[in-house]
Write a protein that binds this ligand. Structure first.
Ligand code: PXG
Length: 445
């Protein structure tokens, strides 16, 4: 069979032109895994194999692939307005999308700043926090508090507040003024928890310790993922986020929820903030806003933050920040169509409905070979494996390769299998994903 790679002349010596992100380039190029098209819950490889997508692309295609209303909106927009300068100019779709996001955001979070990725969203939120304190005459508040095992993208700000060692090792902590809360995963207390674990909300009190150490007058913001995603799905202990909210409020520290993964329905509500009943001062988003179709990210800020910027001479730029592609017309068109589709198909509610089936199915892997923990919340799930002796990550990666051969796309991080099916997932898809994982684990060393 002539594959797409043959047609494109993708022979081994030509593969090196593409320096792939977060990929073992040399290993990958020995045996490339190429995707050619997608529809609904499925991918097709370039040699025509059908693969069930257990990961919504990369936590992003929440509406499923190739959804007609989204595709048509992008196609149509490309022929109407390809680009509009976003500085001192605008186009109507940007306002439309901002209002739609405001309408589904937690009450009080009313202003949307657009960018193009989660990493940019995080850096934008950090800059808003610094500027906000400064405008209000509290310019000493420059320290950020992140959390161990947090992932906030790959900008210098994001890796500094992030807690992924591999990302920090090489580039240090360029932001400098950063400290970290402890992460909340504790298998001896919480292994095989369903949903939010019972043990661990006291870990939020570590923030009090950091406030005592640095003094509140030096701390700008705390940034956490409501459910840590990239480092292996860590649902917060019950009441933990409420405690963080109380402590940040008490000390005048902003609270940022990084909802790049949890936003747009993954937990059965528009945002995790609503699932947990905790409203932060800012939410960062990306991925699901366009269901992964066109790059877009952004920050939703409270009126209290936004309004503090809207002072001074009205002809002056209030916030010196923005991107060429902020509120790009194609991204806005996709975002509007995507949010409409979420609503028309009731997809957030679907995620809520499917989450208990997903939970039961996932926890049936408790007795599968190598499994030391299963965790889940909404349509986020993780199966943690015991690492192979002396070779961390190898076992999970073998499982990933074998599952792909068996026609199921999963994601691994460390020795953890992570799952985040699109919100259109059916029970039989969940069964197939779980059965495949069970079979694969029985055969990996
Ligand atoms: N914040 C969070 C919480 C994220 O999950 C980012 C920021 C950065 O977004 P961009 O768009 O700059 O990549 C992310 C991204 C994985 C995986 O497999 C997760 C992400 C990206 C790629 C892979 O867990 N999350």
């Amino acid at each position: 069979m002539t594959t797409l790679s043959d047609q494109l002349h993708l022979h081994p010596e030509q593969l090196s032109a593409y320096w792939m992100p977060f990929t073992a380039n040399r290993q990958f190029k020995q045996a490339p895994r190429l995707l050619a098209r997608a529809d609904g819950m499925w991918y097709w490889t370039d040699d025509g194999r059908q693969v069930l997508d257990g990961f919504a692309g990369m936590w992003c295609c929440n509406a499923g692939h190739n959804r007609k209303p989204i595709v048509e909106a992008i196609q149509k927009q490309a022929g109407i307005l390809d680009f509009a300068p976003p500085f001192q100019m605008a186009h109507p779709l940007a306002f439309d999308l901002a209002n739609r996001i405001k309408a589904i955001a937690p009450e009080g979070l009313d202003h949307v700043f657009f960018c193009n990725s989660g990493s940019e969203a995080v850096d934008t939120a950090l800059k808003i926090a610094l500027a906000w304190h400064r405008i209000r005459g509290e310019g000493t508040r420059t320290r950020f508090i992140g959390r161990e095992r947090g992932y906030h993208g790959v900008g210098f700000g994001g890796i500094s507040v992030g807690g992924m060692v591999a990302n920090r090792k090489m580039f240090g902590n360029m932001l400098g003024n950063v400290d970290h809360l402890p992460h909340t995963l504790n298998l001896s207390q919480n292994a095989f928890s369903r949903g939010e674990p019972k043990w661990g909300d006291h870990l939020a009190d570590e923030l009090e310790r950091l406030v005592t150490l640095h003094d509140a007058s030096n701390i700008a913001a705390v940034i956490v993922e409501p459910v840590a995603g990239s480092t292996g799905v860590l649902p917060p202990p019950q009441n933990y986020l409420k405690r963080l909210r109380d402590i940040t409020r008490k000390h005048g520290i902003l609270l940022v929820f990084d909802e790049v993964i949890t936003g747009f329905g993954r937990l059965g509500q528009a945002f995790a903030a609503q699932h947990f009943g905790v409203t932060p001062d800012m939410i960062t988003f990306a991925k699901g806003v366009t269901s992964g179709t066109v790059p877009m990210g952004g920050v939703i800020a409270s009126s209290e933050i936004h309004d503090a910027f809207m002072v001074g001479p009205p002809h002056m730029v209030e916030f010196f920040h923005g991107y060429t592609y902020s509120a790009h017309p194609l991204a806005c068109a996709s975002g509007i169509a995507t949010l409409q589709l979420y609503e028309d198909d009731g997809l957030f509610g679907r995620a809520r409905e499917m989450s208990s089936y997903f939970e039961d199915a996932l926890h049936s892997l408790r007795d599968a070979k190598h499994v030391i923990d299963v965790r889940n919340l909404g349509l986020m799930g993780a199966v943690e494996l015991a690492p192979r002796e002396g070779m961390p990550t190898a076992r999970a990666f073998d499982a990933f390769l074998k599952a792909f051969d068996k026609g199921v796309l999963i994601r691994t991080t460390g020795d953890i299998i992570a799952l985040s099916p699109a919100l259109i997932v059916e029970k039989e898809h969940i069964d197939r994903i779980v059965t495949t994982i069970r079979d694969v684990l029985a055969t990996v060393e």
